[in-house]
Design a protein around this ligand. Sequence first.
Ligand code: TYD
Length: 204
Amino acid sequence: MYKKIIVFEGIDGSGKTFHLNEVSKYLIRKKVKFIKFREPGGTINSEIIRNIILSDKSTFKKKTDLLLYLAARNENYETLIKPNINKKVILIDRFVDSTMAYQHYGFRINKKIINTLNKFVLGNLKPNFIFFHFVPINYIKQNISGEKNKYDKFNKKFYINAQNGFIKILKKNKNKLIIDSSKTKKYNIEIIKNKIDKILNIHD
Ligand code: TYD
């Protein structure tokens, strides 16, 4: 039952990284072996690519960014996913749905190209479960707080488009749970942990 790929998705500031870290602590307590990484980023090489993409001084074009996200993903696939796929639970902070939500629904890059690139890198690999963090429209900030990278500076409309994109992508996916980011942390952590127990067959 173990050995699953579990992804945390949602627009910037939706709380997915917080929840991924909560799940990590929970798996440590339950002695479940896992690895975790973020995208873009993850391996040393992918973190180098992350810094290039997200630098607030970056003037790279949209298609350049797309290719860099996929380049970073390939490093993660070869170095982190492949060797661990049948050994450990893999927790990922953003994955393929982020690319479709941001690069297609946000930046209007052709869907087919994105699918082809993902297939080129990942073959038929798909996450087993997705926690999608939904931010009610009134809660979407014009600017994301904290340290700002290039992608934290888009306008509210951009994040609304990206979020609607996530909803479209995930509509047909049964292996997901929608987390309402406006609910309390305590409430959300509880439902996420219950779901993790079911997905990974964890008993008390
Ligand atoms: P990050 O600071 O990690 O955002 P967060 O903490 O909210 O996850 O920045 C990652 C940014 O990269 C985020 O704005 C979304 C963007 N992104 C894409 O546009 N395409 C992708 O394929 C991925 C993985 C991320």
